[in-house]
Design a protein around this ligand. Structure first.
Ligand code: CU
Length: 688
């Protein structure tokens, strides 16, 4: 269809028949395309609000002067979908013509009356609950729409189109298989007849890619691999004559942005695999941890910028890219920015991928065993999280960003689950600020090595937060002209792991807090103007919309597995005419790493992933007599283990669903253990 435009227009020109009015419009959905190209107003039609991912709403009925009156207009529970400890609720609801569309961590989608919250239709994904290749919580980051369809990606590797009126499946395309290590967690992007989807699997030795599908039929139009094949651009950044690039990860975790004038699609690429072992993959390892621009129609490579060369720290670029226009030295410039796990915002010229403000290559510490890169890019400006670990008892080595490590654990900050992770970064053209959520967490990095097996974890090491090490967050306004901090809040909880915010022409930033509070801040000063307790982990990026002249603010409150917030299955919507009052606060997230809860006396049977809390040991703490044999049973859906924090002391090895293993504790002492693939799961055994 699209190639017709190119063929027909020259023909018409040649025949002298062309007048502007008679140009046939071949856009498959001119209305959605127009909304995607426009500033965000009444409707919120794609995950990032429009093609820029700015999350800047021009609505201003709710503003700094009246936001104190904001109350709940409605709250709807989504029938238990995505409710439980293995899930995160990270999707932004979409709104079009008074109807809201939302997707949960179980890939179930719902349409609701955006005024009243009444459920209009339901799509239950029925995804296999035994999917064993979910890296970081069961999550779906959102939807796209166009041509009368709602699009979503699923953890089982399918991209699905639903009829907007009924929720019936229009088409379903497997872009990969989950048992090969793949899944989809990113919100797709729709524009001009094409649905673009990312893919996950950076921890499973996959070959990342962007997939373009025909929106009408679901047919795959093209794929662009984030790991180059032989002779392709970037192939010389991998060791010659090896196939390490073919399992080098480089997932796409989030929604692309698109510039229709330049004809380019932009996206961020995740970490290199195996995550913590660079010993066999000498070179910069393109296009791991990079920003990439492609021709939006053909998928042809145009430019890239690599944030971290030869990544061994799990420093994904996982937050969605943001397009913005600015003036630098009196000249109008087209910018693109992305907040990294490194704690920096990378600000580039989106026409060519060159730094707009300045990024310096600086020498960094070396470890020849890891084949570390000689230099790394340092953006001019401020980082939003600390970039050096503080010394902790029991660790000889505390390092700063880009500190190498081998088999002896090294404390490093930011960790690979720190800085800005999957969370979006809004931009306000009024303030010129980016709003950057960050996680402050130190990890102990160590390389262990791994053998690649299709569909199994392939990370080559570990990064666990030391027991009792603090975990918190930052929320920072970064000036887009200088990349410097305009204001910063230290937050009690981690907020960079998938929580989010949105900014409005009413001068407000709305953001959730993992302890259930929903906040409104003054976008210019950062001052808190309003807060409301939703009763569930309030992490998802909110949206702003209007129905019948009334402005609403919506947030999905269902908790976030990475941020440790309370789970739920609710959508909350607020307006100035709202009448609903706050709910009772849910349990707050942990602020130090390690097992929590009361000590169970004499428990010699420990269940992993029981009671729908996938990433947990139960009981997490037990006191036993020396000589007791403890049985560990995996009651979850995915493989787990229990492994002593003292390296090599004891481990159950990988336990498949339903499998058990016993460990005998003969000597008195304090035992801490964790799950190797999920380094935020901790347990404690006190042996007397
Ligand atoms: Cu686990």
């Amino acid at each position: 269809m699209r190639s017709c435009t190119r063929l027909i227009v020259p023909t018409l020109l040649a025949l002298g028949l062309l007048s502007l009015k008679s140009v046939p419009t071949f856009a498959a959905d001119p209305e959605i395309d127009r909304l995607l190209r426009s500033s965000i107003a009444k409707d919120w039609v794609t995950n990032g609000g429009n093609l820029t991912n700015q999350r800047y709403s021009t609505l201003s009925q709710i503003n700094t002067t009246n936001v104190k009156q904001l109350k709940g207009a409605w709250m709807t529970r989504l029938k238990g979908s995505g409710l439980g400890g293995k899930y995160s609720f990270e999707a932004s609801p979409l709104v079009k013509d008074g109807i809201m569309y939302v997707v949960t961590g179980n890939d179930d989608a719902f349409a609701l009356n955006a005024r009243t919250g009444e459920i209009l239709w339901e799509y239950w994904s029925g995804i296999d609950q035994k999917i064993s290749t979910v890296c970081c919580g069961w999550v779906n980051r959102g939807l796209a729409m166009g041509e009368g369809l709602v699009f979503l990606g699923q953890l089982d590797g399918n991209v699905v189109a639903l009829d907007m009126k009924t929720g019936n499946v229009a088409w379903k395309t497997p872009i990969e298989k989950w048992d090969n290590g793949y899944g989809v967690t990113s919100a797709p992007l729709y524009y001009d007849g094409i649905v673009y989807s990312g893919i996950t699997g950076g921890e499973f030795g996959v070959r990342g890619r962007l997939t373009a599908l025909d929106a009408r039929t679901g047919a795959i139009l093209w794929r662009w691999y984030t790991l180059p094949g032989a002779e392709e651009v970037g192939s010389n950044t991998w060791p010659a004559g090896t196939d390490h690039a073919m399992r080098g990860g480089a997932s796409i975790w989030n929604t692309p942005a698109l510039d229709p004038d330049l004809g380019l699609i932009y996206f961020a690429v995740g970490n290199c695999g195996p995550d913590y072992d660079g010993s066999m993959r000498e070179g910069d390892n393109l296009f791991c941890t990079s920003l990439v621009a492609l021709n939006a129609k053909t998928g042809e490579y145009v430019w890239h910028f690599q944030q971290v060369h030869h990544d061994i720290w799990d420093y994904d670029a996982a937050s969605p890219v943001v397009l913005f226009d600015t003036v630098i030295n009196g000249e109008p410039r087209k910018g693109i920015a992305e907040a990294g796990r490194t704690g920096w915002v990378y600000i580039l010229d989106r026409t060519n991928g060159k730094p707009l403000i300045g990024i310096e290559e600086r020498p960094v510490p070396q470890d020849p065993r890891q084949k570390t890169a000689k230099t790394q890019p340092y953006p001019i400006g401020d980082a939003t999280v600390p970039q050096c670990a503080e010394k902790l008892p029991g660790f000889d080595n505390a390092g700063c960003i880009f500190e190498p490590f081998w088999e002896t654990p090294v404390l490093i900050q930011p960790s690979g689950v720190g800085g800005t992770n999957w969370s979006p970064m809004p931009f306000s053209p009024d303030t010129g600020y980016f709003y950057v959520p960050g996680t402050v967490r130190t990890s102990t990095f160590a390389r262990t090595g791994d053998k690649y097996e299709r569909g199994l974890r392939y990370v080559g090491g570990t990064q666990a937060a030391p027991i009792e090490s603090p975990m918190s967050g930052t929320f920072t306004a970064i000036d887009s002209k200088t990349n410097k901090i305009a204001w910063q809040h230290k937050t009690p909880y981690r907020i960079g792991g998938g929580g989010g915010s949105t900014v409005t022409a009413g001068g407000l930033v709305f953001r959730g807090e993992p302890d259930g509070n929903f906040l409104a801040l003054d976008a210019k000063s950062g001052q808190e103007l309003w807060r409301f307790q939703t009763g569930f982990g309030a992490d998802a990026p909110p949206v702003v919309y209007e129905v019948d002249g009334e402005q609403f603010v919506a947030i999905a409150t269902g908790g976030n597995q990475i941020q440790g917030s309370a789970y739920g299955d609710a959508v909350w919507v607020f307006s100035l005419k709202g009448r609903l009052s706050p709910l009772w606060p849910p349990p707050p997230p942990q602020t130090v790493a390690g097992p929590v809860g009361p000590i169970t006396e004499g428990a010699n049977s420990i269940k992993i992933g029981g009671n729908n809390v996938e990433y947990s040991f139960g009981p997490p703490r037990t006191r036993i007599k020396a000589g007791t044999t403890v049985t560990f049973t995996n009651g979850g859906d995915i493989p787990h283990d229990a492994t002593s924090l003292k390296q090599g002391e004891w481990t159950t090895g990988t336990l498949a669903k339903g499998e058990s293993k016993t460990v005998t504790f003969s000597k008195p002492g304090l035992q801490y253990y964790m799950c190797t693939p999920h380094p935020w799961m901790y347990g404690q055994i006190i042996v007397e």
